[in-house]
Design a protein around this ligand. Sequence first.
Ligand SMILES: Nc1ncnc2c1ncn2[C@@H]1O[C@H](COP(=O)(O)OP(=O)(O)O)[C@@H](O)[C@H]1O
Ligand SMILES: [Mg+2]
Length: 305
Amino acid sequence: MTAILELQHVSKTIRGKRIVDDVSFTVNAGEVFGFLGPNGAGKTSTIRMMVGLSELTSGDLSISGHSIRSAYSEAIKQVGVIIENPEMYNHLTARKNMIHFARMNGEVNHERINQLIDLVGLSKVINRKVKTFSLGMKQRLGIAQALIHRPKLLILDEPTNGLDPEGIRLVRTYLRRLAKEERLAVLVSSHLMSEMELMCDRFAIIQEGKMVHEETLIDSEANKRMTYRIRVNHIYDDQAFSLMKTYDEQTQKNEDSFTLSLHKDQIASFIRHLSAEIDVQEVSIVKDSLEERFLHLTNKEGVKP
Ligand SMILES: Nc1ncnc2c1ncn2[C@@H]1O[C@H](COP(=O)(O)OP(=O)(O)O)[C@@H](O)[C@H]1O
Ligand SMILES: [Mg+2]
């Protein structure tokens, strides 16, 4: 594992009040790290120190091994950040915004722009004016902008604030993808545990300036999958089977039903998709034990008597 962001005993005191108190953690390349805590806990104050917007009172903080205190410019080169809302020009298209941003950061590389726009799922709307974008689309364009100079660390302060569930789902999907495909270290702050569970590989909880908990979500991908039994009107069997196979290649056809494994993220759209075309008669959760999941994934039915 390559440590990208390292906080060592970071503290911040403002006018005699300790608002960040001895916080230490590490974020590695390729992982999404959740920085969780209620409002006023000190998340934004800590993030401001990470990006050089405020000084540390004590402790040290380094990015790719460069201390923000003694090697500021080296450290900051490695960071892409969005605090609150991303800045962009509403009357310009997404592409023009990206070009403008790239120019401010040095050179304009159209290939890189296209690649990033694709990574955040905005290719189809790249020539639309940003004023027609939803908040979630703007958030994703902001992420693409923050990555234009190829940072190793992406920091997002409450990126899902104000987004609807679909917007949250998309931000989550794309952040996970970026962490994997670009080997980015991603730090996301939030006050909602429910969001973090699905988004993060690890998380830390901060309360009244102090870190009170750190956890790795072991086996997290497996925990998000479940097996479903679906029964449809028989005249739709073939159509249903091929549709299900687009969601899960290993969909099984049983005597009067189908079983398939779905990610929690997929369920809503799967049901919508299926019931739009097919007379669905029953949907139920079948099995959720690790062993059953394993059998399903390896496409074995176990030992038959
Ligand atoms: N510049 C400041 N001066 C004094 N107090 C501050 C300042 N910035 C933040 N605080 C206080 O520090 C605490 C943490 O705030 P903040 O970092 O914004 O929390 P969070 O982002 O977790 O909601 C709060 O009690 C806030 O009032
Ligand atoms: Mg905040």
